[in-house]
Design a protein around this ligand. Structure first.
Ligand SMILES: [Zn+2]
Length: 159
């Protein structure tokens, strides 16, 4: 079997008055991600990790933020399209590990829903998708609530 690993990282600025979408789940929050799409930083990191593992380009290459088609797009659609891209190249997701770095709100209550949402798009069990959360202990831009980071590692299996 052909096993391939990929990593993805994404950052977004946080501003008041924007919905916060993480892992395909809308989370009650004062601030949300500034983006051309819905700003789902976790899904974007996962898409990049999937594309990298398959030896493809990055999310910005396939879904450019200059294209009106992707304005305010639900990132779950981008994940679905990314999955089609990798399966077209003979790969399927084996498992995903990820971490969201965010000062607030606390996202622990939403993690199970994120795992279910992401795994169902990929046709996997929730156990195949790990989502972890951390803070930077009030240090730096994440600590000041100015932004959010997501990291993802994906293992693909191919033919
Ligand atoms: Zn992004």
């Amino acid at each position: 079997m052909n096993i391939r690993i990929g990593q993805g990282i994404d950052f977004h600025r946080l501003e008041k008055g924007i919905d916060l979408w993480l892992g395909g789940v809308k989370i009650p929050s004062e601030k949300g991600c500034v983006a051309h799409s819905d700003g789902d930083v976790l899904i974007h990191a996962i898409c990049d990790a999937m594309l990298g593992a398959a030896g493809l380009r990055d999310i910005g290459f396939y879904f450019p933020d200059t294209d009106k088609k992707y304005k305010n797009i639900d990132s779950k659609i981008l994940l679905k399209e990314t999955n089609s891209l990798i399966s077209g190249n003979g790969f399927a997701v084996n498992n995903i590990d990820s971490t969201i770095c965010l000062e607030e709100p606390k996202i622990a209550p939403y993690i199970e829903e994120m795992r279910k949402t992401i795994s169902s798009i990929l046709g996997k069990e929730p156990e195949s998708v790990a989502v972890k959360a951390t803070t930077t202990e009030k240090m730096g831009f994440t600590g000041r609530g100015e932004g959010v980071i997501a990291f993802a590692v994906v293992l693909l299996s191919g033919e």
